[in-house]
Design a protein. Structure first.
Length: 436
């Protein structure tokens, strides 16, 4: 359950061309194109205020039985669950049953530095508590783990840094917050989720995760092996708990975020606390930049599921993408969806890819400059893939479509290499570079 961000990288802009199709038809065409070519299975929802303007599922909930997914299919959302957990914590603070300054020692004194770690620190991943996932000693996800076993495991960790001295993402923090919700309310996490969020805003397809129930329109997750969708083994969700144990769908996620930002779940002051970032992380929220806009949201990943939800308050616009067939970069899919929605220049990805020999890649590496543009572009061989970085820009990975030609579809960039020269094509323009 790692967080990630969706970003758009643009070296320079080309003039937008008139679109012959509507935004939503083109979004559907993009996702159908990826789905048809076994690059994507999943679900998307776009919401403007209370109105869903586009919603659709692609591919299968169960490949083995050819059970199609639909717009009510439910998927495991991984770390987006942290936003739900944070909302319930903020509600308890509003109810004066907790304070941001409350020490972890009140509930779990056996954890190192518990007398220094606060609810604030847990919410912001500023505790120094090691992540019980994504390390050399991660429990077997297929086996159940009790609360006592997990607390003992976390208590055995040595602190990584002084509490509140820096940010480091750790699922342990939100596991503990989930347990604190139960300790404070004397009710289990599921009852709290139902009463405090699901019932309040009428979420129809959200609940705690367990083994997928196909009869209840819940989905398995898949990746590609030998050009076929292969089912990912399921977790026992006792491991994920408050850090990633919720099942939902794209519609409910956008509805949840709309309700959160419209004051239906927490007060305005609590929302302001949640959106206050400390080293990129708020209280169960991150920012997801797209062009000049800054969405609030979260990302998630569990088993083979990948998910993201974002909300842009000035426009009351929410978007969610859930992937259960993982064979294409989720960030790039979201870039395509948002580019089309905002009528920005966008070219469908070239899903053709070829393997280029390492010695050929190495022959292209170096720094290139052009008399036509005031930037330099560095080309690197990064673990067998071509990486490019322009002056003052983020780096990005190029896709090889033949031995000399590489593309970066989100920005419609094509690079062609020959004899220590590089030709860059974008937006109908062509620029010639020479290796320094």
């Amino acid at each position: 359950m790692k967080k990630t961000f969706f970003l758009i990288v643009v070296l320079f802009f080309s003039n937008a061309q008139a679109q012959e199709k509507t935004r939503f038809t083109k979004i559907d065409s993009l996702l159908t194109f990826l789905s048809t070519n076994n690059k994507f299975m999943g679900q998307v929802c776009l919401r403007e205020g209370d109105k869903v303007v586009f919603q659709k599922a692609y591919g299968f909930a169960n490949v083995e039985t050819n059970q199609n997914a639909n717009d009510k299919t439910k998927y495991k959302i991984g770390s987006i669950s942290k936003t739900f957990t944070a909302v319930m914590i903020m509600q308890l603070i509003e109810d004066r049953k907790l304070k941001l300054e409350t020490k972890l020692a009140k509930y779990y004194p056996q954890i190192e530095n518990a007398n220094k770690i606060t609810i604030h620190d847990l919410l912001h991943h500023r505790t120094g508590i090691k992540d019980y996932l994504n390390n050399e000693d991660t429990p077997d996800p297929s086996k159940p783990i009790t609360k006592e076993e997990m607390i003992n495991k976390i208590a055995a960790f040595k602190s990584l840094f002084e509490p509140n001295s820096k940010y480091e993402y750790s699922n342990s923090n939100y596991y503990l917050l989930g347990r604190i919700i139960e300790d404070v309310t004397k009710k289990d996490f599921q009852t709290n989720l139902q009463n405090r969020i699901i019932a309040k805003v009428q979420l129809q397809n959200t609940n705690l995760s367990s083994k997928a129930d196909l009869a209840n329109n819940e989905s398995y997750s898949y990746n590609i092996l030998d050009n076929k969708w292969t089912k990912i083994n399921e977790w026992d969700m006792s491991l994920a708990f408050g850090a990633g144990n919720i099942t939902s769908n794209a519609d409910d996620l956008t509805k949840f975020f709309n309700a959160l930002f419209e004051g239906k779940l927490v007060k305005k002051e609590s929302l302001a606390e949640m959106t206050q970032l400390e080293q990129t992380y708020g209280k169960g929220l991150i920012t997801l930049p797209f062009a000049q806009r800054k969405f609030f949201g979260h990302t998630g990943g569990i088993e083979g599921f990948r998910s993201v939800v974002g909300y842009y308050p000035p426009e009351k616009f929410g978007v969610s993408l859930i992937v259960n067939g993982d064979n294409f970069n989720r960030n790039d899919i979201m870039i395509g969806i948002l580019s089309i929605y905002y009528k920005m220049p966008y070219q469908f990805p070239n899903i053709i890819s070829v393997k280029v020999k390492p010695e050929v890649l190495n022959s292209y590496t170096g720094v290139y400059s052009s008399s036509q543009l005031p930037i330099k572009i560095e080309i690197r061989n990064k673990n067998g893939e071509m990486e490019a970085q322009g002056t003052g820009q983020n780096s990005f990975i190029l896709n090889a479509i033949d031995e000399k030609t590489f593309v970066f579809d989100p920005a419609s960039i094509k690079l062609i290499f020959e004899n220590n020269k590089m030709t860059l094509k974008q937006g109908g323009a062509e620029y010639r570079f020479t290796k320094n």
